[in-house]
Design a binder for this molecule. Sequence first.
Ligand SMILES: Cc1cc2nc3c(=O)[nH]c(=O)nc-3n(C[C@H](O)[C@H](O)[C@H](O)COP(=O)(O)OP(=O)(O)OC[C@H]3O[C@@H](n4cnc5c(N)ncnc54)[C@H](O)[C@@H]3O)c2cc1C
Length: 815
Amino acid sequence: MLELLLIIVALAGLVWVMRREAGALPALGVLAVLGLIGVVFGAVTVGILLWLGAAAVAACGLPTLRRRWLTPRLFAAFDKAAPKVSETERTALEAGSVAWDGELFSGRPQWQRLLDFRNAGLSEEERAFVDHQCSVAAGMCNAWEIARERADLPPELWEYLKREGFFGMIIPKRYGGLEFSAKAQSAVLQKLAVNETLMVTVGVPNSLGPGELLLKYGTEEQKNHYLPRLADGREIPCFGLTGPRAGSDATSLPDVGIVCRGQHNGQEILGLKLTFEKRWITLAPIATVVGLAFRMFDPDGLLGDTSDLGITCALIPRDTPGMDIGRRHHPIGSPFMNGPIRGKDVFIPLEWIIGGPDMAGQGWRMLVECLSVGRCITLPSGASGIGRYAVGWAGGFTRIRRQFNLPVADMEGVQEPLARIAAHAYIAQAAVMQTANTIDHGVKPAVPSAILKSQLTEFQRSMLADAMDVHGGRTVTLGPRNYLGIAYSANPVSITVEGANIMTRNLMIFGQGAIRCHPYVLDELAAKDDNDLAAFDKAIFGHAGMVFGNAARAFTQGLGIGKSRVPFDEVAAPYAQEVSRLASAFGLCADAAMASLGSGLKKREMLSARLGDVLSNLYLASMLIKQWHESESVEHEAALMHYSCRTLLYRAEQAFTELFDNLPNRALAMTLSAVALPLGRRWHKPQDRFTRDIARAISTDSALRHKLTADTWNTQEAGQRDNPLARYNALLADSERAEPLYRRIAKAYSQGELPAEALHPEQRVEAAWEAGLIEEDDAIFMRRFEREVLDMLSVDDFAFDAFATDKDRVVWHTT
Ligand SMILES: Cc1cc2nc3c(=O)[nH]c(=O)nc-3n(C[C@H](O)[C@H](O)[C@H](O)COP(=O)(O)OP(=O)(O)OC[C@H]3O[C@@H](n4cnc5c(N)ncnc54)[C@H](O)[C@@H]3O)c2cc1C
């Protein structure tokens, strides 16, 4: 009996020590003391076994002992197994900084660290800009006119964007820019997402490109010349990295700059002769200055001994002789400016290298260092903005559209996509705003930028598809009245640019995170490179402690024992505890996958993607929890919070399951499954009651709908284009009065109290009024209401030959 008790207490004590990552000394203490009790009280065999365990812990755990015999052996094994990190990869790994992503990787996230990123919101100036300038700009857009009739933004809108500084949001005030916070940039782009061409046109110059590169690396002369001109739109920039041969693998670019002497402004100077071919370059057709990435060579040793200087970035004015620029590509759905740039023997001075000649060969480092911030903001904000409009449009349409005598919003089949749209929009808003907030605190979120870019643009794809589905034929039919169809068809642009989603999900999120965010791996690799045994010992045994800690926490919390303490209310706390639990499981599985597959994990992209999915879903859930914690919740929001968190946790556990199903080492997979999910999966898709609640809320004039569609263009001012969102909002406000009247009239009709030929709602209103069923003011109200409903349900039609660009080839079938 005592034997059994001692074993149980020893195991519990070890798990307790491991959970706290308390180190070898307490573990040794537990085993030694229990061993002594065993020996003294007659359980001699168990006592001796416990002492042997204590000796093993001492040999492996105490630094002075293990450094002599264990660490050198581990070092040799690690040296053999560790993946080789190329120079390009190292540059990417070292770029940016680590914040909440690192906490998740540690398996022991400290929530207070997330809450310490306080959110002060927008400044007065930023708020006024979002409220006014963005509404004016949005009010100048009609998707059909821009996409089909003009294939461009209207000239007055270009003028307005330049005048109001939209292109200089990231440029400091001293250079004439707006110097907006990351949160404000995001809010602007979200509002402008009402039109994808507008969003991209404003987003790109404020993202990775000449502006940001100049700010960070430009010489004073370059900054003083270009930044004021970029801020007020005198210069329109573009950035050319991609070419026919180099897409995702951008560093393989074959474009070259050869150091040589040449003529510039009538003088012979030292410069670069550039030959390049770039494609898909946004804003290129109208750009006045081109940022160009190329490989720089100095074959004649004019600058020094190095012949291959590496990737370099330069700024080249459009009118430089030899530049072939101005043609357009036709991106699917959206006619934003995009085209090829070619150049043959274009001679430029060395001073046009961004940062001057000293920055020759530093181009790739410059690009990846700048990538994180822009990638966190532009496309994720576009996705979040589209989510806001999708909620507004889909909720509005499904309430006013009646079939089978019911608003389609009340049909469960439609409620499902409506709730999904709301949840995706809700998560996207939280993720993008909270991550932007960390940027405002000085973080350069490298891994979160990959998470946000790929996850939120996938949300965008889902939201647009769901919104299209619930609109039926209303948004399938293109024309000036269609507010959704063009955005839907333009969606692949967001999926592909700034790191195509397949590559980002499969290669970058976990691949980069595993080394960049891991608390120990970077130190281990550095110790290996420096041949530093002491540093390696510290890192590898810290790492081992973390593995044991994660295993103990994941297992015990998986059994429901010892939930982590979290600083949240009763709605958010259970989800935060689950994020902590799954983070421990993730930390364990990440280490196990790296240890078992070594450098082979790089090629096992499907496994890497699933680990990336776990991390992504935990990251998004964390942002949601913080957002919930910081903001005042409104009626029905708790349902949306439950729905969203459950969806994310369900997806995280799904990714775990698929990982366990596919890990090649089956024994390891089964062990991990038993430790990480000891009682199986806990999370299922959200229950239907949440779906119904959310769908009703977003399709009525509710506080939740207003919250989700905040900061959209939702006003209709004189001189502006038609605003369907404003019209839906007005209809939903009226529908509280219209709905009972409609039902009263419909009931009277079905009971034969109104003429059978009154088939249209308008005819029934007249008949009901004539029959004294409704008052005159109700009749006036309903006539206006039904007229507006019919107008919002209407679609465009065109002349027979309207779509043919070559009218001569039109066949008039019936003549
Ligand atoms: C409309 C538009 C605007 C753009 N604007 C600019 C711009 O302003 N400046 C600029 O320089 N570039 C721009 N680009 C280029 C854009 O960044 C590239 O399209 C993108 O990097 C992907 O390259 P690719 O299209 O050649 O795809 P490819 O590299 O040919 O990839 C094809 C597919 O393979 C996948 N893939 C590739 N490698 C891997 C991997 N290792 N693991 C898993 N999957 C992988 C990709 O995810 C993709 O799905 C733009 C592109 C478009 C379409």
